[in-house]
Design a protein around this ligand. Structure first.
Ligand SMILES: C[S@@+](CC[C@H](N)C(=O)[O-])C[C@H]1O[C@@H](n2cnc3c(N)ncnc32)[C@H](O)[C@@H]1O
Length: 281
């Protein structure tokens, strides 16, 4: 890490420690995702630095959940609707078209579940492309984004939207034939064991198909690194998706990588299928 970067991180940690002494309740509120503005961002970033330095993955994940559940997550969704829709339509709609084609060709699929549906842009696109599915389900941690998704004038009547944590919801609502999508960085906020639990739950209720568009670390080819590691500006998780999917009983149908210079991110686009129910692994 460069010296300037280290100094920045030290300052954030110092601000966090000072805040915890002077105004612990306020800091608790900020770290629960209720903040806007520069100082809030610096404190939250300080908490991430601390979790990373302690190698406390659970604290990192809790920070992500707090961010996405609170005001900060809502601000992200409100401010990025147009940009993200443009990114999707220009670069990733083709991938979702292939996913839909794959699912449509296998009538055992009963429902689409988009985990981390945010404002619902991609979910609405999918519902048009998958006319035979019985239900179209969007899950997200952010209540305001889900509300916005539910108010869209062109919502397909098969759609159900839930403010829910994905693994909890999928465990409580198992169904054979789930086609599951994440778009634009969702699994990157999941602890490895949570990701494994999700893939195993889907495989246990196979057939199931997974399509994901997720960022990964760029320093070495992501498939060469087994498991997961912390990466990037957000201290989120770079997972070896093919490895986890195959371990759960999925066959990887395609795995493409696209580097986006404008957002300085390498996205992996993975399509995987599990043809029949698998025992939990
Ligand atoms: C980067 S945003 C992507 C949103 C949307 N797919 C898009 O591209 O605009 C990540 C989303 O994942 C959601 N998310 C993160 N962890 C989640 C979880 N465990 N269960 C459900 N949603 C989750 C967040 O609330 C957030 O809306």
């Amino acid at each position: 890490m460069q010296k300037a970067q280290r100094m920045k991180e030290d300052l954030k940690l110092l601000a966090l420690r000072a805040g915890e002494i002077v105004a612990p309740r306020k800091i608790h509120r900020v770290l629960s995702g209720h903040y806007n503005g520069f100082l809030g961002r610096a404190l939250v970033s300080g908490a991430r630095v601390r979790a990373r330095q302690r190698e406390d993955m659970t604290a990192l994940e809790q920070g992500h959940v707090a961010f996405w559940s609170g005001w900060a997550g809502d601000t992200f969704h409100r401010e990025s609707i147009d940009l993200r829709e443009q990114l999707f339509r220009e670069h990733h709609a083709n991938f979702v078209d292939s996913f839909a084609e794959f699912v449509n060709a296998r009538p055992a699929h009963s429902r689409l579940v988009e985990v981390g549906c945010g404002n619902g842009t991609v979910l609405r696109y999918c519902s048009e492309k998958m006319p035979a599915l019985g239900s179209i389900i969007g899950l997200d941690l952010n209540a305001t984004a889900v509300e916005r998704a539910a108010q869209a004038p062109t919502l397909d009547p098969r759609t159900a939207l839930h403010v829910a944590e994905a693994v909890e919801w999928l465990t409580e609502h198992p169904a054979k034939g789930t086609a599951l999508l994440t778009y634009g960085g969702v699994f990157e906020y999941f602890l490895p064991e949570k990701l494994q639990a999700l893939f195993s739950t889907l495989a246990a209720n196979g057939p199931a198909t997974v399509a994901l568009v997720e960022p990964v670390a760029t320093d070495v080819p992501f498939r060469d690194v087994p498991g997961s590691r912390v990466f990037g500006k957000e201290d989120s998780f770079s997972h070896n998706y093919p490895q986890y999917l195959e371990a759960a009983g999925f066959e990887v149908i395609s795995c493409e990588e696209i580097y986006h210079e404008d957002i300085d991110a390498l996205l992996v686009l993975v399509l995987a299928h599990c043809p029949a129910p698998r025992n939990a692994v």
